[in-house]
Design a protein around this ligand. Structure first.
Ligand SMILES: [Zn+2]
Ligand SMILES: [Zn+2]
Length: 81
């Protein structure tokens, strides 16, 4: 009996290989984005409508993979204040 199926990605996860990145890099990228996102909240930022902005709310891993680990032109000035 295999327990492998317990480790299957959740529904909505991107298919492996789609980004061309190894899983470890993908995981690190997600972890970095979530950490920066939470840091943004700590500094008083709210969710951003720019889907590429790190403060964009992720509905799933696909959103997290799409956005970047940086603040957009609207969020960055608020952070520096
Ligand atoms: Zn948030
Ligand atoms: Zn933003």
């Amino acid at each position: 009996m295999s327990t492998k199926h317990f480790n299957r990605p959740a529904a909505g996860d991107v298919v492996d290989g789609e980004s061309g990145l190894p899983d470890r890099d993908k995981f690190l990228g997600r972890a970095t984005k979530e950490a920066v996102h939470e840091l943004g909240h700590t500094f008083g930022l709210e969710h951003c409508t720019d889907s590429k902005c790190v403060m964009h709310f992720s509905n799933g891993l696909a959103d997290t993979d799409y956005k970047q680990a940086v603040f957009c032109g609207q969020c960055k000035p608020k952070l520096i204040q």
